[in-house]
Structure formats: structure tokens, C-alpha cells
Design a binder for this molecule. Structure first.
Ligand SMILES: Nc1ncnc2c1ncn2[C@@H]1O[C@H](COP(=O)(O)OP(=O)(O)OP(=O)(O)O)[C@@H](O)[C@H]1O
Ligand SMILES: [Mg+2]
Length: 419
């Protein structure tokens, strides 16, 4: 294993795959890039133990986590002890809240901000639910609104408007059980779409207003940003697996073959597929493969794609935030790779839609360039943002010194052993 460095690992327990992404701060890696994190490894394992964010098989899930961990450790050369864990699923609920406090010394301090957030948090949350995040939306000082960082401002009254995200305590406890069983510690729990947004959108987009949709296997997780802060989050229980299931039923083919067909020939709009294109479809129960028009698969997918986009649009409408989405909609997650999904999105929403893959990191970017790694990479960036102030003493010279020291010790040990 390589010498001790601050290692950040993101564990994404998805309904189709478990992935562990590993990154180290660029200064510790001795890399001179604009990015603060270098990706050094990824481990993935298929998972059947999760359904729509909820563990349905502890053994299978912890087994997948262990396999992903082994692969990530092998690829990165770093031992993983602690992970930032993504949480998703239909059990996630969120709501807005407000708090108000008197400013103690007529100038807002970090403690005042902490107190007003605590005040906003003081709402009755049922005992079977856990607060995952309290995300500040904006602050008001003596009625003056639109303030993102009030520290240092003069005033008498400080108000905060926050967005609170809660999740089922049981669902999280079961996730934690699987992680513990795999021998890992939890550094923190992070809402999947919040993590994904860290790796796929820019600060400009957040300021202009944007909705990020992480289209996974079991569900599509959404997060809205207005004026640079989180305004709303929601979950739609439709994802890539529903498309696969429709294909399996519609074309009478096994699920595994349907999944392959979707990735190879799938298209969300039938008219985008050239009329004469054909494909081979495996039969079920030993029936012979058939050759069918590619349009048939698109005709099966189209209604589901339209329905998914309409569910997203309904959510946008209900939130009342649609007019504030200046940067439009950003699709990410494995299922957004379906051909024609952007066109379907633009047709339904009537606002710009783009597909985004994880960015803002250096190192092994090629291995995490798929939108399916948006959450994994985002978890590292989230962890880094939470911890970077604690690591300011850690310089690249230390890292190199550390590495040299460790090598000299190793060589010395070897020589002692030999002679
Ligand atoms: N090229 C592709 N075209 C269409 N769909 C794809 C493609 N590649 C992957 N998918 C789909 O993406 C989905 C998996 O996405 P992802 O890895 O983001 O999900 P997950 O994180 O495991 O699930 P969830 O977030 O719902 O728990 C699968 O349904 C898969 O079929
Ligand atoms: Mg996911």
C-alpha cells in the first residue's frame, strides 16, 4: 500500500451497481492542476440487494460493497477505511423551514449563523425519520433578503430559510449495517442528487437556476438550485430498470438480453431511428432468436420515456420553480445515456436540456467519465469540501517527504533482514 495520504472515498449503493470511487487531494498527489481532487481508483460490483434505495438483501449488498472495495483498493493502491455514503430512494422527503434569532453583538458571527440554522431545524421530525441535511437557502438581516453569507454584517435580527432533507431511519440503519458488515466506517451520509450535482454542474448554472436529474436504475433523483443554493429536492420512482422491463415484456426477451438491447439499440423517440435498421432479439424459454426492426424497441421505450419526462415536468410545475430554471435541466446518472432522451426532454419541458458527466476532478478521469459515476465522484467532492479546511497544514512537500520516509524505512528494513 502507498504511504498515508488523506484519501477520500465515495460509496454509491445503487440499485444496479455498487461503486467506490477513490480520490486524493491534488496537492497531496503532487499534481499541479486546477482541480482540487485527483481520482486514483474505482471499484464496481453489480448489486441485486437494493430496490429503489432500500436494502432488500443485506448479505448481497454487503458482498457487493466488499467486492467494490477490493477492486478500488487494488486499482488505487490505497487502503479504504472510511467512506462518504450516498443515500437515495423514495423514502427521502424534504421541506422548507425558517428560523430567527437576535444578533448578539450587532455584527453577525459564525455562531449566530449556527444558532439561526439550529432554530430553523427545530421542527417536529417523526421519530422514524432522520435529518440528512439542513441546507441554507438564504439569510435575512433586518428584513434585507437574498443574503448567502451574512457573517460580518451589521444588524439586530437574523433570519434563515433552510431546506431540510429527511430519510427513513430504518432504511439508513440497514444501509449502515451492510457497510459495517463490509468492514467500512461511514464518514458521512449525503443525498445522492446533492453529491451528483457537485460533479456535474457549474457554479454559474447554480446561480442562474438549474434542475439536476440523476436518472439511475430504480429511480430518478432531482435537485433544484436557485440563486446558488438548494431550493427543492424530490424523487421520481422511475429509472432505467423500468425501460429494461418494458423491453423484456414488449419484445418477449429475457431481462439480460433486454438490458443489452436497450444499451445497443434503444432510442427514446421512434422517428429518430432509420426505418430499415434491424436487430436480433433473443427468444425466451429456448425459442429461436428473431430479427426485428430497430424501430420496435424505440416504440416500446418511447411511452415510458415520455411518461418519465412528464413526471419530472409535473414535479417542476408543482415546485413552482420552473420559471426560475434559467440554465434549464441537466440529466445525469446511467439511464440518461439512452439515445434520444435529450430530444424527448426538450420536447416535453420546452427548456434547454443537456447531459452531463462527472467533471471537476483530475487523475483517472477516463474511468469515471460515464454519467453513472456522477454520484460517486460527487461524494468525494462533497467529502473534500467538508474536510479541506482541516487539511490546510498538509502540503505536497509533506506528502513527498512522507513517501520518501516510508521508502527509506522499507529499504532499511529489507537490508536489516538480509544482512
Ligand atoms: N448506454 C445506456 N443506454 C441506456 N441506459 C443505460 C446505458 N448505460 C446504462 N444504462 C442504464 O442506467 C441504469 C443504471 O444507472 P446508474 O448506474 O446510475 O444506477 P444506480 O445508481 O445503480 O441506481 P439508482 O441510482 O436508481 O439506485 C441501468 O438501468 C442501465 O440499464
Ligand atoms: Mg445512482
Amino acid at each position: 500500500m502507498k504511504p498515508i495520504r488523506p484519501v477520500f472515498a465515495g460509496l454509491d449503493i445503487g440499485s444496479t451497481k455498487v461503486s467506490i470511487t477513490v480520490g486524493i487531494p491534488s496537492f497531496a498527489a503532487g499534481a499541479s492542476t486546477q482541480n482540487e481532487i485527483e481520482i486514483v481508483g474505482v471499484g464496481t460490483a453489480p448489486n441485486t440487494g437494493i430496490r429503489q434505495g432500500v436494502v432488500v438483501n443485506i448479505e448481497a449488498t454487503s458482498e457487493s460493497i466488499s467486492r467494490a472495495r477490493e477492486e478500488a483498493e487494488l486499482m488505487s493502491g490505497y487502503k479504504i477505511h472510511e467512506v462518504w455514503v450516498g443515500v437515495n430512494g423514495t423514502h427521502i422527503k424534504s421541506f422548507d423551514s425558517r428560523g430567527m434569532v437576535a444578533i448578539r453583538n450587532k455584527e453577525v458571527t459564525a455562531q449566530d449563523v449556527q444558532r439561526v440554522i439550529e432554530a430553523a431545524k427545530a421542527v417536529a421530525v417523526p421519530t422514524d425519520r432522520t435529518v440528512l441535511h439542513v441546507l441554507p437557502r438564504e439569510f435575512k438581516v433586518d428584513g434585507q433578503d437574498g443574503i448567502l453569507d451574512p457573517v460580518g454584517m451589521n444588524g439586530i435580527r437574523l433570519e434563515a430559510s433552510v431546506h431540510i432533507v429527511t430519510c427513513s431511519a430504518t432504511a439508513v440503519a440497514n444501509n449502515l449495517k451492510c457497510i459495517e458488515k463490509a468492514g467500512l466506517k461511514v464518514a458521512g451520509l449525503v443525498l445522492d442528487q446533492l453529491a451528483a450535482s457537485m460533479s456535474v454542474i457549474s457554479e454559474d448554472e447554480k446561480n442562474l437556476g438549474v434542475c439536476v436529474v440523476d436518472m439511475g436504475g430504480g429511480c430518478s433523483n432531482m435537485i433544484y438550485f436557485v440563486n446558488g443554493s438548494v431550493a427543492h429536492t424530490s424523487v421520481i420512482p422511475v429509472g432505467g430498470s423500468h425501460f429494461t422491463h418494458d423491453i423484456a415484456v414488449g419484445l418477449r426477451t429475457p431481462q439480460i438480453a433486454a438490458e443489452d438491447l436497450k444499451k445497443k439499440y434503444g432510442c427514446a423517440i421512434a422517428t429518430l431511428v432509420p426505418e430499415e435498421e434491424v436487430m436480433d432479439v433473443e427468444g425466451v424459454g429456448g425459442r429461436k432468436p428473431r430479427t426485428v426492426l430497430r424501430r420496435e424497441i424505440a416504440e416500446v421505450i418511447e411511452p415510458r420515456a415520455e411518461e418519465t419526462m412528464q413526471l419530472i415536468q409535473n414535479d417542476l410545475r408543482m415546485s413552482g420553480l420552473l420559471p426560475l430554471m434559467g440554465s434549464g435541466i441537466v440529466l445525469t446518472g446511467g439511464a440518461c445515456q439512452l439515445e434520444g432522451i435529450l430530444e424527448m426532454g426538450e420536447f416535453v419541458f420546452d427548456v434547454p436540456v443537456r447531459r452531463s458527466s462527472p467533471g471537476k476532478v483530475g487523475g483517472l478521469v477516463e474511468v469515471v467519465k460515464s454519467p453513472a459515476y456522477a454520484t460517486g465522484v460527487g461524494l468525494i467532492l462533497y467529502g473534500w469540501n467538508q474536510k479541506k479546511h482541516l487539511l490546510s497544514h498538509f502540503h505536497s512537500e509533506d506528502a513527498i517527504g512522507d513517501s520518501l520516509q516510508s521508502w527509506t524505512t522499507k529499504i532499511k528494513g529489507l537490508l536489516d533482514h538480509l544482512f
